[in-house]
Design a protein around this ligand. Structure first.
Ligand SMILES: O=C(CO)COP(=O)(O)O
Length: 130
């Protein structure tokens, strides 16, 4: 069975939260092909050295756009984007474009940890299906 592809992205204020979340669900997350923007991926790899993560460019340098392109190509099935609504981001247009393309392709997208907790629970069942 083909692995589902999960993309993870976290703004700076949410990176600890993302690393905690991935560590807590490492067994389930390990069953996805995992893609991350550069710094988020580095943080998660530090925390979970046994997890295989394909790191793309850092968000402000085009990483969000890379993930958006992968979504448009049908190469990403799920997106966890822990977004910080309280800080300005120089690449805000890229962030919006990534969220928009996720909506266009109707992929499950968690923008905060509360949603990600519920979404990952739904995939535990799906992943263990024959
Ligand atoms: O900026 C980001 C999302 O917009 C995240 O990028 P990094 O993971 O490289 O910090």
């Amino acid at each position: 069975m083909k692995k589902l592809a999960l993309a993870i992205v976290a703004h700076d204020a949410k990176k600890d939260d993302m690393a905690d979340f991935i560590a807590m669900h490492e067994h389930t997350i390990g069953q996805f092909s995992l893609f991350a923007t550069g710094t988020t991926g580095a943080r998660v790899m530090e925390r979970c050295p046994n997890l295989s993560v394909t790191r793309l460019k850092s968000g402000p340098l085009g990483g969000d756009q890379q993930i958006g392109a992968m979504i448009a190509e049908g190469r990403i099935d799920v997106l966890f984007f822990f977004a910080d609504p309280l800080s300005p981001h120089p690449h805000d247009v890229d962030v919006k474009a990534l969220m928009r393309v996720s909506l266009v392709y109707n992929i499950p997208m968690a923008l905060n940890r509360a949603t990600a907790d519920r979404l990952i629970a739904s995939f535990v069942t799906q992943i263990s299906m024959p």
